[in-house]
Structures are given as C-alpha cells and as structure tokens.
Design a protein around this ligand. Structure first.
Ligand code: MRU
Length: 370
C-alpha cells in the first residue's frame, strides 16, 4: 500500500545495503500514526525484540518477520543447532498467533535437509517467498470478500454506502501487504462501491485508532473511529451491514481467536442478524486444534497497556500517560475466542467457506484427514 505516494510493504529486504548478513527493514508500528519510522533488523536479538515488543504485529506479519529472522541468523550461523535454537527463541516471543509457528516450521523444513553452505541463501529466498505468498493470499481474500460487499451494495438504494465494522488492525500493516479484513475494502474502493468503515479503537493498544484509521486515511477510505463499546449500539440501529475481522489462529472446526473484544462484536452481530465474516490466509489455520476455547494459549500482556495510553501532545511529542489511579492493577488478556457458531463465514484465499470442520475440510481437502 502507498504511504505519501510511495509503495511500501510492512517488511522488506534491502538489496542495496551491501550488508553480507542481510538487511531487513520494517515499519516500526509503535510510533504510528504520528511518526513513520523505518528500522533495520540485523541480528536475531533485534527480531526477537521487534516481535515481542510489537514493533511489528498482526499474525501474518509476525510469521513473515520470524522467517526473515531465521534467514538473517542463517547468514551468521547456518548450523543445525542454530536452526533449532532460532526456532525456539523466535517461537517464544508471542504465543497466540499461529503464523509464527507455521513460518518457523516451514523455514526449518526447507533448511534442515540442505548442506550447511547453502542454507543462508536458501533461507533468504524462502523468507522472500513467504512474504510474496502472503501478499497473494491477501489479494485473493480481497477478491472473494468483494463479492460479499457487492451483494450487500446491490440490495441498497444506489449511492448508499455499505457500512463495514472492523476490529483491531487486520490491515496491510498486520500482513505483508493488502491486509486480510481490509483487502475486500480496498477492492471495493477500486470497484467504486460506496463504503463507510466503522473502526473500533481496540483498547488497550488502540490498533484500530492508531493503525487501521491511519491506513484508511492514507487510502482515502471513508471511515469513523468508534469506541469499542459502540458497535452493539450501531448494530441495533441498523448502522452496520457487515463485520469483517482478522484472526490470529482459527481452529480446524472454525473457532476464531482474535484480538480481545472480537467475541463481543460477534455476539452483538448474531443478536442483530449482521453478517460476521473472518478473513484469513490458510497459514492462520491451526489444523491440530479443534476446540479454540480450551486449546489456544491466550497471551497475557503487561498491565501498563491498560493503565496507560499513548498519544500526541499539542507540541507534537508522542508520549504515554497514566489513566488509572496509582495502585490499580490490570488484567490484560490480549485475545479471545469466538465460537464457530457465531461466524457467518471464513474468507480464505481459496474462497468463502463455513466456519466448521466440514467447511474448512472441503476448502482445504489436502488437510481434511489430519
Ligand atoms: O496483538 P496484535 O496487534 O498482534 O493482534 C493482531 C490481531 O488481533 C489481528 O486482528 C490479527 O492478527 C489478524 S491480522 C491480519
């Protein structure tokens, strides 16, 4: 997607750097929307910090970053031990998003059979492929999701916008490009379908207010920022035609783990007959898990994310302020699980399917007998 007229991905390899060990660059998302900072990741520790401390975030981008982390480490030490250690260290950074494990397993499977001398180049090539695959998956998700938006638009008076609610940031910043939940939105914009996006602020880290809203501004998508608690009210009053969210891990039976608060939106959507879709590339499916409620580890993050908020002062300085009394502790589960029964459909790169073992099994038949 474009930033000030220049095309960016959320992660890339800088071929011009002249670095032997590779020069991966990312957008440091902690400073958006107020500052656009690009940083270099040049060793394994930098990749660990970037994922753990959410310089990059969003399930597909976490996976892509880990793949490049393995590649950079292979240039420094391509031994078997190094592959295993890097897999373990990077895997421990964030527990919920399954794309992290998927990408690391994929890299290990590619690298382990190779002679040590070939691993560095092969790792870099495979990490780049993983990024390209993510971009193409998300483009396809957008084309499939566009059909849903078209159908809703066709049932409305001409010129009336399709109103889409989204939670967290499942935009291009959460992936390598396009985004998952936002890809249908960008495709609908290109098809000149009138749209209005309700952007949930998404406390505690405000990925909606800070990242999704920034993406919408950059792409001229009509949108309004709403507090997390407004979605139910808007649905009750017929102000939401469709909900599209992303996911950090979807089980083989269609339970959807996503940013905390997604479940409440799904309940409100169900109660009000609003279609609730989840957009996901196939590496976000955890075929080894059937019960999302009991079997997905939910990341518990630092309470400071709840007791403090980050924003920009009048003089332009970006700072954090405390919003709760001294001495108040905080609980901070970062994700929740929406049971499959509340999900209207899953928008994948292969098409739209029911959120069920049967739906996913028919769409990905090679995985059906796991
Ligand atoms: O904690 P985050 O910001 O990594 O959480 C991200 C989300 O929950 C996204 O909605 C999810 O990863 C889907 S991204 C395409």
């Amino acid at each position: 997607m474009k930033v000030n007229g220049k095309h960016y991905r959320s992660i890339w390899f800088n071929h011009d750097s002249g670095h032997d060990t590779g020069h991966v660059q990312i957008i440091d998302q902690r400073w958006l929307p107020h500052e656009f900072r690009v940083v270099d990741l040049t060793n394994r520790e930098a990749f660990v910090t970037a994922i753990r401390d959410m310089w990059v975030r969003g399930a597909p981008l976490i996976g892509a970053t880990a793949a490049y982390g393995m590649a950079v480490q292979m240039a420094l030490d391509p031994s078997d031990l190094s592959i295993e250690e890097t897999h373990e260290i990077l895997h421990s950074t964030r527990p919920t998003a399954i794309n992290l494990r998927w990408a690391l397993d994929d890299m290990r499977a590619h690298l382990a059979p190779l002679p040590v001398a070939k691993r560095a180049a092969a790792a870099l090539a495979r990490a780049a492929e993983i990024c390209d695959e993510d971009v193409e998956c998300n483009r396809q998700i957008g084309l499939h999701g566009l059909e849903i938006i078209k159908e809703i638009a066709a049932g409305k008076p001409k010129g009336e916008p399709v109103r889409i609610l989204t939670h967290c940031n499942a935009g291009w910043l959460a992936t390598v490009d396009w985004g998952t939940a936002t890809s249908p939105i960008y495709h609908a914009m290109e098809a000149q379908i009138p749209l209005h996006v309700w952007v949930d602020e998404t406390r505690p880290r405000n990925q909606g207010a800070q990242l999704t809203a920034w993406e919408m501004v950059s792409h001229n998508v009509p949108h309004s920022l709403i507090v997390d608690n407004a979605g139910g009210h808007l649905m009750q009053h017929g102000q939401v035609d469709l909900v599209i969210v992303g996911t950090d891990r979807t089980t083989a039976n269609g339970d959807v783990c996503n940013k905390i608060g997604t479940y409440l939106k799904a309940l409100a959507a169900h109660d009000n007959g609003v279609p609730f879709y989840v957009a996901l590339p196939s590496p976000t499916i955890d075929w080894s898990v059937r019960d999302g409620l009991t079997m997905i580890p939910i990341e518990e993050r630092d309470g400071h994310e709840v007791t403090h908020v980050q924003g920009k002062l009048a003089d332009g300085t970006v700072t954090r302020v405390q919003i709760s009394p001294d001495g108040t502790g905080a609980g901070n589960p970062a994700f929740d699980v929406t049971p499959a029964r509340l999900v209207t459909g899953l928008i994948t790169e292969r098409g739209i399917c029911a959120a069920s073992a049967e739906g996913l099994g028919a769409m990905f038949s090679e995985r059906a007998n796991f």
